[in-house]
Design a protein around this ligand. Sequence first.
Ligand code: PLP
Length: 358
Amino acid sequence: MRVYNFCAGPAALPESVLVQAQQEMLDYHGKGLSVMEMSHRSADYVAIAEQAEQDLRDLMNIPSNYKVLFLQGGASQQFSMIPMNLLRGKATADYVNTGMWSDKAIKEAKKFCNVNVVASDEANHFRAVPAFDTWQTNAEAAYLHYTPNETIHGVQFDFIPDSNVPLVADYSSIILAEPLDVSKFGLIYAGAQKNIGPAGLVVVIVREDLLGDVIKGTPTMLDYKIHADNASMYNTPSTYAWYLSGLVFQWLKAQGGLEKMAEINKRKAAKLYSAIDTIEFYGNPVAVANRSMMNVPFTLANPALEKTFLKEADAQGLLNLAGHRSVGGMRASLYNAVPEAAVDALVAFMSDFAKRNG
Ligand SMILES: *Cc1c(COP(=O)(O)O)cnc(C)c1O
């Protein structure tokens, strides 16, 4: 039996995608071998890779002056690739600090430049996005980096910042959750294992004119232009993860695209937050306007019951509800592949658990 998986990442994948991958596993489209065993230079694999890119371009409406790269190293490697590629002779970059992931990006960028933290919610324990009119941006900054959705703290931006310098965003846990105007950004990146596909892949969407001026000493493998000029096949890419992500893109198209996903995702999140707000036993500390649609942390009135909660949830097929080790409590991640029925089952369990323990 398949369980409901609320893991923050690697996360749930659509069941029909897994079934299709299983059917194609031993003999891909009558070729007599699996996708994993194909040369990345073969016509069959190149067709898979190109189709995946086209489907992502269609889903996100990516303008033609943007490159789409399928790289390795996770979102974390982007923390260093971004300054190496986007400083372009400048000494400073602007960063917004809204949680652990922005903090990691900031720490890495400091190895390459002066980091100007334009706003931070650290003193408020990362429970809100600092109001835009309080931001101290630097006109000389090479770019402005922010994290639209903080996966651990469950904090989501309710606006896209206005910026005179290229906007760079870590969309790891919220890409493809709703429509997005890509043209507002210089660069968008997302580790695949949250809302795209399997681990081992990071998708980078970057405006062409930002490429080609890396800092001295940048390794070949960390230069976006090398990957762009070689269609992400300068070296062997993560072929199977790319293929499986492509199946997810096709699944998203079949669901009705990102407008439809946004509708479902909003409904799923509303159901869970409503349970948290109406059942006195539960709480969520994030400012209502910044509550994440994808990652919902919540606390129990009696933290001593956390282990029991997790054990009973597990027994009912509701898996991976423990919060991140750095913050504790509970967290339910509601990515695209988590069906609405999973949220209904979780809410029913939470209500029952509160009645028995409240
Ligand atoms: C998970 C996550 C990362 C790190 O991703 P890796 O692929 O493990 O490097 C970075 N940023 C955000 C917002 C994340 O959710």
